[in-house]
Design a protein around this ligand. Structure first.
Ligand SMILES: *[C@@H]1O[C@H](CO)[C@@H](O)[C@H](O)[C@H]1NC(C)=O
Ligand SMILES: *[C@@H]1O[C@H](CO)[C@@H](O)[C@H](O)[C@H]1NC(C)=O
Ligand SMILES: *[C@@H]1O[C@H](CO)[C@@H](O)[C@H](O)[C@H]1NC(C)=O
Length: 220
């Protein structure tokens, strides 16, 4: 199965395990509604935390000279700094909302290790991570029942899609015609993302999210 299709499917499946309100009292109904909303937010947060960790650690590793040596103008590294800033802003927003909904224990995140040694490794993996980001928000939008969060997910999807396109066209110098998130034939997702490892997730984390990220480590 194609990675993006598979991830969209996973994103769509996740809430089913969390959604069904079983309670009859108003208080428990509220709790179920909160859980339903927060399940998407937690899912998106884990994607953003993964992205922050990836861009932060990679940009610490790769200097401006490394980008130049790999044949990229300085605007490329600056563009990635902007992508990191955006992921941090998304992550901060999501932590705030999840905390407001009473699930602060789900915001702690995991530790990640990325197989990035060269600028080219980084750029290729950034392309896969942006495809993952787009799929995550497509899945979240598909299931969201909250006007507030539908609007927010739409904006975040817009950001992620813009960066995904920037990486594929401006950074990698590929034709726009080659890009399709439904059939990412221009990149080998499985191979690109397989080296990712996810370790040390905090106990508050929903097992479905953890399983999703473990799945990236070879199963997709
Ligand atoms: C990066 O991806 C391109 C195709 O988009 C591929 O030709 C190249 O070999 C990849 N490089 C590495 C280091 O994986
Ligand atoms: C949470 O989701 C419900 C629908 O399940 C919606 O009515 C409610 O407004 C949402 N809460 C927030 C804060 O968006
Ligand atoms: C994609 O990567 C996997 C694992 O690295 C490899 O086995 C497979 O042959 C690659 N597929 C293509 C089309 O390059």
């Amino acid at each position: 199965m194609k990675l993006s299709r598979c991830l969209t499917l996973l994103a769509a499946l996740l809430p089913i395990t969390l959604a069904a309100p079983t309670a009859s009292s108003a208080r428990r109904q509220d709790a179920a509604t909160n859980d339903y909303n927060s399940s998407f937010l937690v899912f998106a947060l884990f994607l953003e935390q993964l992205a922050v960790s990836f861009y932060d650690s990679s940009l610490s590793l790769l200097s401006a000279d490394d980008f130049r040596a790999a044949g990229h103008p300085d605007s490329v590294r600056r563009g990635y700094e902007q992508v990191l800033k955006s992921a941090k802003a998304h992550s901060d927003y999501l932590v705030g909302e999840i905390t407001n909904l009473g699930h602060a224990d789900s915001t702690a995140g995991c530790d990640y290790a990325f197989p990035v040694k060269t600028t080219e490794d980084f750029i290729n993996m950034s392309e896969a991570i942006q495809a993952l980001a787009v799929s995550t928000y497509v899945g979240a939008l598909d299931r969201s029942q909250s006007d507030t969060y539908t609007t927010v997910f739409g904006k975040m999807l817009g950001d992620e899609a813009r960066y995904a396109t920037w990486i594929s066209t401006a950074v990698k110098d590929q034709d726009l015609a080659d890009i399709s998130f439904e059939s990412p034939s221009s990149m080998n997702d499985t191979g690109t993302i397989a080296g990712l490892s996810v370790t040390g997730c905090s106990p508050g984390i929903d097992p479905a999210v953890f399983a999703f990220f473990r799945g990236l480590n070879g199963a997709v």
